[in-house]
Design a protein around this ligand. Structure first.
Ligand SMILES: Cc1cc2nc3c(=O)[nH]c(=O)nc-3n(C[C@H](O)[C@H](O)[C@H](O)COP(=O)(O)O)c2cc1C
Length: 219
């Protein structure tokens, strides 16, 4: 067993209130970042982001996320072009003031983010032996979303920003990266040093969509 081996009767890991407060701060100051500085991200920091994905829960422990680090200028340009195409289509689906407001939003940091990841989900992995997903196929994509969020929080703790880009056509992305048949596109991530930090989402500030509180209904 590894170093996190469970020892009955001992080895209980406890965190201090101060550590819990730090996590709350990380949550509060985590943003979707679209404005990046060009500073490169050290490899050892990227390695910690990769490890964060390893520590993510996943259905049946299947770990279905597949990650491609996108470095080729040609691939990056193709992703940017695909984003522009999808973003123009999205803009055309709004009318009047909403259309004008949409066009003013910056919805991706593809122009400047020094690190870019294309994230896919393997839709029929051998790993996990189908445990937990017979009734909910969606759990594979949910697992990938959790791995992305683990990376997202870890990046914030490293004073980096992450921006998720979904204004892309999945089938186009799968063709562009020539991924195996059973991989489904999940997200494209932009990572780097943020140009500024904020405790409030950009879409709230831009008055596109206000923050709403999460409600826990009692029944
Ligand atoms: C699955 C997913 C896809 C997203 N896609 C985009 C996107 O394409 N472009 C964008 O600007 N933001 C995108 N976002 C970011 C959301 O707009 C953002 O999380 C939300 O407005 C709240 O802001 P915050 O993350 O700063 O708290 C995405 C977020 C998620 C979780």
């Amino acid at each position: 067993m590894g170093k996190a081996e469970h020892r009955p009767g001992g080895g209980l890991m406890e965190f201090t209130p101060q550590q819990a407060a730090t996590l709350a701060e990380i949550m509060l100051w985590r943003r979707d970042v679209r404005h990046f500085l060009a500073d490169p991200v050290p490899e050892e920091v990227l390695e910690r982001l990769r490890l964060a994905m390893d520590h993510t829960p996943s259905v049946g422990n299947a770990r279905p996320w597949r990650v491609i680090r996108v470095e080729s200028p040609n691939l990056r340009a193709a992703v940017r072009a695909e984003f522009e195409r999808c973003n123009q289509n999205a803009a055309a689906s709004y009318e009047g003031e909403q259309a004008a407001a949409y066009t003013k939003l910056k919805l991706a940091g593809l122009d400047a983010a020094p690190v870019q990841l294309a994230v896919f989900t393997e839709t029929d992995p051998e790993a996990g032996h189908r445990l937990g997903r017979a009734t909910m196929e969606l759990t594979l994509q949910q697992s990938t979303a959790m791995a992305i969020f683990a990376l997202w929080l870890t990046a914030r703790a490293e004073n980096l920003g992450v921006g998720a880009v979904s204004i892309l056509e999945p089938r186009v992305m799968e063709r562009l990266f020539r991924v195996p048949e059973r991989w489904e596109f999940s997200a494209y991530l932009c990572i780097g040093k943020p140009a500024f930090t904020d405790d409030t989402p950009l879409l709230h500030r831009a008055e596109w969509q206000r923050n709403e509180e999460t409600v826990w209904e009692r029944r």
